[in-house]
Design a protein. Structure first.
Length: 364
């Protein structure tokens, strides 16, 4: 609640919006085996959209004996920081990405392990002792920190477990104890890979969707700034993509493209940790969600296979880079939204992300 209020105050700045009007995406990836020297990944079918990530694998035990091993799905680390807001699909649940897994079509119950760290020291038991939730965001953790004995709070501040956040939300300056630890969460289960036989494993979750009001790489009528150079490399932005942005800017009376950024990060490089070091057959499908959205990502021989979907396939694929996706969606700043902004005291398109989608001019 406290940080949401602070972000709403930041959001009252005029366009173009820069990094402090953002929520950060959390890089998430695939499965990790405790033993992978004899387990080959024959196939990976990866689907990524703004609302869902679906991964279907076919593994094969290349040895002559059954292999019993632990399979893990590391959730992205979540760092408590009053000055940085990550994109969390479900702040109320330990399973904040809605992770689920099946093995050969049957649901598999995964164990949850989560630990909290401050300055690389495990503080899980200490947080539990004082009834402080491990998850470093939401009202529950702030309420628990407010109830700490003063001596404990001062000790935790000195050790980098919490920080004192000072801000003015219109009622005078306030000092609030804020989480500053890192939460590491892993889902894991045991399974057996029979000798020489294929095993199908599938998992689903909701991605962490980074967002920025406006564009961080386009202002004053041109592409510029450090972000532009970074994005050219990270998202492989090409001329048609940039031309669509310029067209959107030209069709808007104030000369600024009515677009906002969404970002998705998928950690693919762990796919090279299997026997042989490659993925036998790899298929990547990117779904941009709305036909009017603009999308840019790096890939080889990418084909458009539907109104919103793009596909890349490869054999014996070595995942040298992670999948980084930039989505640009349109928002309509009209009289109705302007009136709502006046009622709320801040532009609604900056107060809640993501915005309602509408076709972006020039999008294909």
């Amino acid at each position: 609640m406290i940080r949401r209020l602070t972000l709403a105050l930041l959001a009252s700045a005029p366009l173009p919006a820069l990094a402090n009007d953002s929520v950060a995406e959390l890089g998430t990836g695939g499965l990790v085996l405790s033993r992978s020297d004899v387990i080959a990944m024959e196939k990976e079918d990866l689907y990524i959209s703004p609302s869902r990530v679906a991964v279907d694998y076919v593994f094969r035990n290349m040895s002559e004996k059954d292999v019993d091993t632990i399979v893990a799905f590391p959730m992205p680390d979540v760092e408590g920081n009053p000055y940085w807001m990550p994109a969390i699909p479900d702040e109320t649940s330990e399973n904040f990405l809605g992770f689920s897994v099946t093995v050969d079509g049957r649901p598999r119950q995964a164990q949850l392990e989560h630990r909290a760290f401050a300055v690389d020291l495990d503080i899980t038991e200490e947080l539990n002792r004082y009834g402080v939730p491990l998850y470093p965001f939401g009202d529950a953790v702030y309420d628990a920190l407010a109830k700490l004995p003063p001596k404990v709070a001062e000790d935790w501040r000195a050790r980098g477990i919490i920080v004192i956040d000072e801000y003015d939300a219109g009622q005078g300056w306030q000092r609030v104890r804020s989480p500053y630890w890192k939460l590491k969460t892993t889902y894991w289960w045991r399974m057996t890979f029979p000798a020489g036989k294929p095993v199908k494993v599938a998992h689903r979750y909701t991605p962490s969707l980074g967002a920025t009001a406006g564009l961080t790489f386009f202002y004053d009528g041109s592409f510029q700034g450090e972000t532009y150079g970074d994005y050219k490399v990270k998202y492989c932005m090409d001329k048609p993509f940039e031309n669509a942005i310029l067209k959107a800017a030209q069709q808007n009376p104030d000369g600024y493209p009515p677009l906002f950024e969404n970002r998705i990060s998928y950690i693919l490089t762990t796919g090279g940790n299997w026997a042989g070091g490659t993925i036998g057959k790899f298929k990547l499908t990117i779904d941009k969600g709305d036909a009017g959205n603009l999308v840019s990502f790096c890939g080889e021989n990418v084909r458009k296979v539907g109104p919103t979907t793009f596909e890349m396939t490869a054999d014996d694929y070595y995942p040298a880079k992670n999948v980084e996706i930039l989505l640009l969606a349109n928002f309509d700043w009209n009289a109705e939204t302007a009136n709502r902004a006046a009622d709320l005291g801040a532009p609604p398109a900056r107060q809640k992300l993501p915005f309602p989608n509408a076709p972006a001019p020039g999008a294909e």
